[in-house]
Design a binder for this molecule. Structure first.
Ligand code: G
Ligand code: G
Ligand code: MN
Ligand code: NA
Length: 253
């Protein structure tokens, strides 16, 4: 069967699951959050990358049902960790343009939060610059979430067409520095300058900034020296299943 039909089946057959990657404050060493990342365990093909199946889900419109399922899973998980006394301040979820553009999306997000009795700042929606460009009125879409107290982050910051005027107008709480800018840091002078500039931009806009794809102590030192204290990457942990994440939380807290 085609991957498209298999994906339809996957949603109803427990083949999809969510993994969580820690976000760390390097000053305190504490976990400040996690990013939720979707995985598909196909019965014959094995693990299928979201880089492959998310575009199919977007083309077929299945992304709305899948995204809704992810939000429910994530909210359920945050509530469960709370009950276990494990501290995960927020979970960030990736959102596609189709989801953000759909009429019901904002109501669905709020319904999941209410159903699991979570306050809205426990959830962060990650939007890429290309997602924002797809929307007729990105500001209106985002305003609904901002007004409801749900955090918004710009993912892969710097890799798309980021107009600074756009950024100024949008109700964003966080920039995520794309890992491609960190790959040759420290060392590559241009990349170092770009990373410093993005950190400065966030500070001046009074919003949070987090570096993605941090793999080495040297990268982390560079970020620390330049006043970016929030990091996410293999240095602290790969994305792992919820149970393993809970074990990790118990070990590190
Ligand atoms: O974790 P990994 O590198 O395999 O993720 C690949 C890409 O898939 C990332 O760009 C990520 O944003 C995207 N992705 C992962 N999970 C989700 C999801 O739940 N929804 C959407 N829309 N994209 C996701
Ligand atoms: O949503 P976004 O496009 O930012 O997805 C982040 C992707 O980067 C995920 O697929 C995740 O698995 C991956 N990732 C997270 N940390 C690291 C890292 O330290 N190094 C590399 N190479 N990839 C990472
Ligand atoms: Mn992301
Ligand atoms: Na990214």
């Amino acid at each position: 069967v085609s991957l498209e039909r298999a994906l339809h089946r996957a949603l109803g057959h427990d083949e999809l699951f969510v993994v969580y990657q820690p976000q760390i404050d390097v000053l305190s060493g504490q976990i400040i959050g996690a990013e939720a990342l979707l995985r598909w365990q196909h019965p014959e093909r094995g693990l299928v990358s979201p880089a492959l199946f998310i575009p199919i889900a977007e083309k077929t419109g299945l992304i709305n049902a899948i995204g809704d399922w992810v939000l429910d899973q994530v909210c359920r998980q945050i509530a469960e960790w709370d009950q276990q006394g494990l501290n995960v301040p927020l979970v960030a979820v990736n959102v596609s343009a189709q989801q953000l553009g759909s009429e019901q999306f904002a109501d669905r997000v709020l319904a999941h939060l209410i159903h699991h009795q979570l306050s809205s700042e426990r959830l962060e929606l990650e939007l890429t610059e290309s997602v924002l460009m797809c929307l007729d009125d990105a500001n209106a879409c985002m305003r609904r979430f901002a007004d409801a107290g749900i955090r918004l982050a710009i993912d892969d910051f710097g890799t798309g067409f980021s107009s600074l005027a756009y950024l100024r107008a949008l109700p964003v709480q966080r920039l995520k520095i794309d890992r491609s800018f960190l790959m040759e840091v420290p060392g590559n002078r241009n990349d170092e300058s770009i990373v410093r500039a993005v950190i400065g931009l966030a500070h001046n806009l009074n919003i949070d900034v987090i570096a993605e794809g941090v793999e080495t102590e040297l990268q982390q030192q560079f970020l620390h020296q330049n006043h970016c204290y929030a990091v996410q990457g293999y240095l602290h942990g790969k994305p792992i299943k919820a149970n393993d994440f809970a074990a990790y939380l118990r070990r590190t807290s």
